[in-house]
Design a protein around this ligand. Structure first.
Ligand code: GLU
Length: 546
């Protein structure tokens, strides 16, 4: 077989440059020793999985902490999965969570283009070189023929794939190939694998540690019939020429590692270090399974923005999943910027990370409780502008009013900060009753209507907006006493049957009448914030409803 001639036939010289050209075009980066070049290489499907943030954060931390480079490469070789505007979604959602690239798609950089579709020439040049060296060949098998092979393999319990005796086109003669090409038969280019599945090697995975890898024997497709490379081939060439030193990627790629090792080998490239990151899982009833794009809304990054989780909380939570010693560090350094945490690949989980929304909520509550009322105001307003209802946008019309509500609800100035807020959506829903169109009380009292009516009316008559907290409570007590309710809690506890209820029941009635809720922060302060007119109006509405 004249491989040189075959290479010319399949990929003419005019379409590619000599290999040295690319080496010169994309030289070594000349970074300090230890500086890592990492990347995020998503397919532009328009959907950002929480796993994308997870792996992005790991790569970003490692690159930036080592003084290296973190870049974005768009793996758009699969036309069917491509979605318009997907790159914008990737950039903006990662930026929102504070993950920024140094170079890459839509940003530029010396190692571009960063879209695989724009790098066709490089892939062709290297495919041609492999053909020339007898390490790749054209395959004319049709889908039907491949399916027949698959069926045969399944029926006979043989290893699936295109290898050995099943690699039909591996042994085509020069004449057969020429005739097929002349006849216009479509073909793909396959690697002529040199591997042997009987051979196993020890491989050091940066995350999983020592693993055993079986040699590849599959004649995998490297260029599809439209000349577009497969992920396997494209990523090997790109990681080499973008001078990637470390690939942290999802563990779903572990099974392809043997192919990648062989490809780097035949291409004559140094293999970068690989670290296969465990996937994010959740407990679903009895089973532990991967977070699913279809079943779990929390699998999508959009979910966190729509709910209004603070980016810092999400990032903090991701770090607790990523590095086993992060939480301990966070406890000791609650005020220190996350960037100062020393991220360590060695502390990454070797098996599945368990996603726990309760924990994320806890972290979110704790984080939001460190904000000032002003910061919370800005955070909520920004969210409301993007995702809130028209009514929620309106909550920000009177800044002073909103700041008072937030100060109360966050326990600012009190003995201990409250942790009522989890995310922006929930926070605005929690305080909605402060606003006319969010106040829809159901008035679930524990006493009969006549008693409630009497108590509310007595309080309304005694109420004076100018009263301080103490004087106000004095009046609540007086109303309780007048209606036979206990004001001495000791006496009440000694014999509860002697009273219809206690002063705290009276306070609860007033609370329900004013807020619609039985559980809120301090009621006197609430009445102060609502203002005299609104407080009186609410009491009257409650009385009228009885
Ligand atoms: N395009 C691949 C994906 O979206 C990238 C895998 C890798 O990081 O190498 O899963």
């Amino acid at each position: 077989m004249n491989y040189e001639k075959l290479a010319q036939l399949l990929i003419p010289d005019a379409d590619v440059k000599p290999l040295e050209y690319y080496e010169a075009q994309y030289p070594e980066r000349g970074l300090e020793k230890g500086a890592e070049v990492t990347r995020l290489a998503p397919s532009p499907t328009g959907f950002m999985h929480i796993g994308n943030l997870y792996v992005a954060l790991a790569n970003e931390r490692i690159a930036h902490q080592s003084g290296g480079v973190f870049y974005l490469r768009i793996e758009d070789t699969d036309e069917k999965r491509k979605v318009e505007g997907a790159v914008e979604v990737i950039l903006s959602s990662l930026k929102y969570f504070g993950v920024e690239f140094d170079e890459g798609a839509d940003m530029g950089g010396a190692y571009g283009p960063y879209y695989q579709r724009q790098r066709a020439e490089i892939y062709h040049a290297f495919a041609k070189d492999l053909i020339r060296r007898g390490l790749a060949y054209p395959c004319f098998c049709t889908e039907e023929e491949l399916e027949a092979t698959r069926n045969h393999q399944t029926e006979n319990k043989l290893l699936p794939g295109y290898y050995g005796e099943f690699a039909h086109c591996r042994s085509l003669t020069e004449e057969e190939i020429e005739a097929n090409v002349k006849a216009g038969k479509p073909y793909v280019i396959r690697l002529r694998s040199q591997g042997d599945v009987e051979k196993k090697h020890t491989f050091r995975d940066a995350v999983k540690g020592e693993i055993t890898v079986t040699e590849n024997n599959q004649d995998v497709v490297i260029l599809k019939s439209d000349g577009i490379p497969t992920y396997h081939f494209a990523h090997a060439i790109d990681d080499h020429f973008m001078r990637t030193t470390l690939v942290i990627r999802g563990e779903e790629w572990l099974s392809s590692l043997p192919i990648h090792i062989e490809l780097f080998n035949v291409l004559g490239f140094k293999l970068p270090r690989y670290g296969h990151n465990c996937s994010i899982q959740k407990i679903d009833g009895e089973v532990r399974r991967k977070l699913s794009k279809r079943k779990d809304p929390e699998a999508s990054l959009t979910f966190y923005r729509e709910q209004g989780y603070h980016k810092q909380a999400v990032k903090t939570y991701m770090l607790t999943l990523l590095n086993s010693n992060f939480e301990e560090w966070l406890l000791k350094n609650p005020e220190t910027p996350l960037e100062e945490f020393k991220y360590s690949i060695g502390k990454m989980g070797k098996s599945g990370a368990l996603f726990d929304i309760v924990k994320l909520n806890d972290i979110s509550k704790t984080y939001l409780a460190t904000l000032s009322a002003e910061e919370m105001y800005d955070f909520l307003q920004e969210w409301a502008n993007d995702y809130g209802t028209e009514a929620q946008k309106g909550y920000f019309a009177d800044k002073d009013y909103m700041l008072k509500i937030l100060t109360l609800y966050m326990g600012i100035g009190g003995k201990k900060r409250r942790k009522d807020f989890i995310c922006a959506k929930q926070a605005l829903e929690t305080i909605a009753w402060f606003f006319a169109d969010g106040f829809h009380p159901e008035y679930a009292y524990k006493f009969d209507n006549a008693t409630v009516k009497q108590i509310l009316s007595d309080f309304a008559a005694a109420y004076d907006f100018a009263d301080d907290n103490q004087a106000w409570f004095g009046k609540v007590k007086a109303v309780a006493e007048k209606n036979g309710f206990a004001t001495d809690m000791k006496a009440y506890k000694a014999d509860p049957t002697a009273f219809p209820g206690s002063v705290s029941d009276v306070a609860e009635l007033l609370r329900i009448a004013t807020t619609g809720l039985s559980n809120t922060p301090d009621l006197w302060t609430i009445m102060q914030i609502l203002g005299e007119a609104e407080t009186r109006a609410r009491l009257q509405t409650a009385i009228a409803a009885l």
